[in-house]
Design a protein around this ligand. Structure first.
Ligand SMILES: Nc1ncnc2c1ncn2[C@@H]1O[C@H](COP(=O)(O)OP(=O)(O)OP(=O)(O)O)[C@@H](O)[C@H]1O
Ligand SMILES: [Zn+2]
Length: 813
């Protein structure tokens, strides 16, 4: 008898083993998608991890079905999933859940089937039962949602239960295949008219039906130019109606064929490299190649606008020429608009873009094409790492320092940079990390010789790095020259840029209008009812938003504490800046880019286009404006408040602040002459501001790395954050205390906490956090993770802690 271990898309502590029916024995392989039953009724589609002959201790069920002819992933992906699960402390099921497109996951749908034996005497039924029985009698089967619709309520289980007891219906669990091929109508000419003379005769006969003649002419034209004639295209071109087309079909002149079409178009990659590298870029490229001869990973540290993308393109071209696949990762898909265009220029339309905004059907198609190698280039955010590459040769991680490479919620909480390096090793593929401001961890690894290091210190086109001035807010306040949140210096600089028909980017790291409201009588600040966090005022909607749980509240006019009506907005966000600008520069065309204004892919693309076409004079935004954008005409960048970047409690605060300011500065003066950057700050003497001013990454690195070593932070230690969560504050505090006391003997001084985090309550759950610092030896790390897993089970086994949620976050950022 053969057995299969199956990964199910659930957070189960281990995989289940099923018996393999003889009929499947030959075809079943690791990676095959199978239908299984779990528990009494639920059915799932899972993925076979291994096939073996070892019977488990429990009584096995048989696999129900094999869902596809071929496996949906290769053993490489199974190995990758297993590494993610073990390294990031989650289940393989959670990894599968993140990896597989929804349409390949499937879980069962409950169907009510009419029991014909019951007959049609419904006199014994009450009103609700009667309604359902009648519907079932007519339709023979109903889904739960349909029952809810009919009864107009969501609580329908009691009714269903009674109907089952009374034997009116039966329950059936069905796995629904949801992926649908896309079909389109193609128009063809009937074989009778394939000869010239016949066609000519036909046109002669058609004299009295000019509309049909026009349609036929349009058809012939499309056939000649496009080859295939789609019904939609034909109707559009000829301006004819479906009825007129049907006329020709009825006369047996044209006929219509339904064909399966690809949603995702691919073609052979035909690289067009129409640029030459500058001498220093050439050197950098040669260095990258040289390092790759010995090393799997190379870090390209190139200043902003040095042309890192051009070097990526060259490396991609080489990899594609060798027939292998390339994955180009970006921290956020919002960044893709410009990169897509740039890459398409070189590699044509054969680039698959993968992100969460695609439809589920499209995702299945990309999945399949990556798997069979038809797609050679994938461009995407971190989740595209989970695609089933067949033969990956190169991973490019652009803006490798970016924190959004780390998945926060839900599990798997993986870091795409580290995961990419592991994934690549399975293929013996190379990884090229690129950034103007590398993560300290990456630069450290490069300095240690673990990665190759290539530095590109000049901007393309010989343009100098922008000049950076720090403007003293305190001084201008004292001199009363501030205009709201704008210093005189910034205002003057904006005025000048506008006069020169240049564009301006302004950065403020808070969105909304005012980060909080304040009662000037008693100091009360409105907070979220479910989270311990102040509410942000969004003036567009005139509402207060909780940025933690998303709840929206009406504006408050009266202080809940003292009853006075003296609430004023405090501090400022992007919305307020946009507003101020409108007042200060009424003539200027102003736009805002943040998660509130960019709700979808199209609005982002549109804004990028408007900027490129210089239809926008001033852009205000959050982090979003920082990332890799390349506009020729921006000559001024303003950072409204450096203080807020430099003052939050996190060991990465300085590194982050440097990266942000250096990156946003990097948007200035990329093409025509040197740009200018103004940084407004109260604390103008902060050392980080000095490094930013000098564009001095290396000194920032030296200073920070010394601190990291001294205080035992990454890259010298790995940090694992444990978050515990519960509705009851006391319970979660006790749980955290107990867990910490168990861990103490194993970890000792390397355990920080437990304590309540800055925001101690989110969505009505109280939080406790502790940080565990792990030495970098993998043996020790593996041991501690094992200890942790056992303690989690032990803790949750105690009745009072049963509903405590424990979230381990390995290498938290
Ligand atoms: N060899 C080259 N030939 C033509 N144009 C180039 C070349 N190198 C760079 N450029 C142009 O210079 C600009 C900056 O290059 P790119 O965007 O690749 O820089 P980057 O290093 O990625 O910068 P950032 O880190 O700020 O994203 C782009 O508009 C790019 O097209
Ligand atoms: Zn909230």
């Amino acid at each position: 008898m053969k057995y299969a271990d199956v990964i199910l898309p659930l957070a189960l502590p281990k995989n289940y083993t099923y018996a393999v029916p003889e009929s499947m024995e030959d075809a079943l392989q690791p990676g095959s998608r199978v239908a299984v039953q779990l528990g009494k009724q639920k059915k799932y589609a899972g993925i076979v991890k291994a096939v073996h002959e070892q019977a488990p201790a429990y009584k096995t069920k048989l696999l129900l079905d094999m869902l596809d002819k071929d496996p949906v992933v290769y053993p490489t992906q199974l190995a990758f999933w297993s590494w993610i699960a073990s390294y990031y402390m989650c289940s393989e099921g959670e990894v599968l859940n993140a990896a597989l497109p929804a349409h390949l996951k499937l879980s069962s749908e409950t169907l009510l089937l009419y029991n014909d034996a019951f007959g049609d005497d419904f006199t014994s039924l009450d009103d609700d039962e009667y309604l359902i029985a009648e519907a079932l009698h007519i339709r023979k089967e109903l889904r739960i949602e349909e029952v809810q619709l009919i009864l107009d309520k969501s609580e329908v289980y009691s009714v269903i239960k009674k109907l089952i007891e009374k034997k009116v219906c039966l329950i059936y669990e069905e796995l629904k295949e949801v992926y649908r091929e896309k079909k389109e109508n193609f128009v063809q000419l009937h074989a009778d008219y394939h000869q010239e003379e016949q066609l000519a005769a036909l046109f002669n006969d058609m004299g009295r039906a000019p509309k049909q003649m026009e349609l036929l002419l349009a058809f012939l034209h499309l056939q000649k130019t496009e080859g295939d004639v789609k019904q939609n295209a034909l109707l559009k071109k000829s301006g004819a109606t479906t009825a007129q087309l049907k006329g020709l079909v009825d006369k047996n002149i044209l006929w219509i064929e339904k064909r399966t079409v690809d949603r995702i178009r691919t073609g052979k990659v035909d690289a067009q490299i129409d640029f030459n590298l500058s001498p220093s870029q050439e050197v950098a490229l040669a260095d990258v190649r040289r390092h790759f001869e010995e090393k799997q990973v190379t870090l390209l540290h190139g200043v902003t606008s040095s042309g890192k993308t051009q070097i990526y393109v060259k490396m991609m071209e080489e990899c594609l020429a060798s027939g292998r696949q390339v994955l180009y990762l970006l921290p956020e898909i919002a960044l893709t608009a410009q990169i897509i265009t740039r890459l398409q220029k070189h590699f044509g339309s054969s680039i698959a873009i993968y992100h969460s905004r695609f439809s589920n059907n499209e995702r299945v198609e990309i999945w399949n094409k990556v798997k069979n190698g038809e797609v050679q280039i994938v461009l995407g955010a971190r989740s595209s790492l989970l695609l089933p590459f067949r033969d990956l040769g190169l991973i490019i991680l652009d803006e490798e320092h970016d924190a959004s490479y780390k998945q926060q919620d839900p599990a798997p909480r993986y870091h795409a940079r580290d995961a990419a390096i592991y994934y690549a090793s399975l293929f013996k593929a190379k990884v090229l990390l690129g950034s103007a401001t590398p993560a300290l961890e990456s630069y450290y690894n490069a300095k240690q010789g673990k990665y190759g290091l290539v530095e590109l210190n000049e901007r393309f086109g010989g343009i100098r790095m922008p000049a950076i001035d720090v403007v003293d807010i305190k001084q201008e306040m004292a001199e009363k020259t501030m205009d709201g949140n704008f210093t005189q210096a910034l205002k003057t600089a904006i005025t000048q840029s506008l006069a020169e028909k240049k564009q301006v980017i302004l950065f403020q790291n808070r969105r909304g209008y005012a980060p909080f409201l304040l009662c000037t009588t008693c100091g009360w600040i409105p907070h979220c009812k479910q989270c311990d966090v102040s509410l942000t005022y969004h003036r567009n909607q005139d509402k207060l938003h909780c940025h933690y749980c998303g709840t929206r509240y009406p504006y408050v006019y009266t202080c809940e504490a003292c009853g006075s009506q003296s609430l004023i907005p405090k501090s400022f966000g992007t919305e307020k800046i946009e507003d101020d600008l409108q007042q200060l520069f009424p003539e200027a065309r102003i736009a805002r880019m943040d998660v509130d204004s960019i709700r979808n892919k199209d609005s982002h693309n549109k804004m990028i286009r408007l900027l490129e076409e210089q239809e926008i004079d001033i852009l205000v935004g959050t982090q979003m404006v920082v990332k890799g954008l390349d506009f020729d005409n921006v000559n001024l960048v303003g950072i409204l408040s450096a203080d807020s970047l430099l003052s939050y409690p996190d060991f990465r605060v300085n590194e982050r602040a440097f990266q942000l300011m250096e990156q946003v500065s990097g948007r200035a003066g990329r093409k025509h002459g040197m740009g200018k950057v103004l940084i407004q700050a109260s604390n103008t003497r902060h050392p980080i501001l000095h490094y930013v001013k000098e564009h001095d990454y290396k000194s920032m690195y030296e200073a920070e790395i010394a601190e990291r070593q001294q205080f035992g932070y990454p890259p010298f230690y790995r940090v694992l954050k444990l978050t515990l969560r519960h509705k009851n504050q006391q319970v979660v505090e006790q749980a955290a205390q107990i867990l910490a006391s168990w861990l103490q003997p194993h970890i000792g001084a390397q355990l920080v906490g437990p304590a309540a985090p800055l925001v101690a309550r989110v969505r009505n759950n109280y939080l406790q956090e502790m940080l565990i610092k792990l030495p970098r030896e993998s043996r020790v790390i593996a041991h501690i993770k094992q200890v942790l897993r056992e303690y989690f089970i032990q803790l949750l086994a105690e009745k009072r802690f049963r509903s405590v949620v424990i979230v381990p976050d390995v290498d938290c950022v």
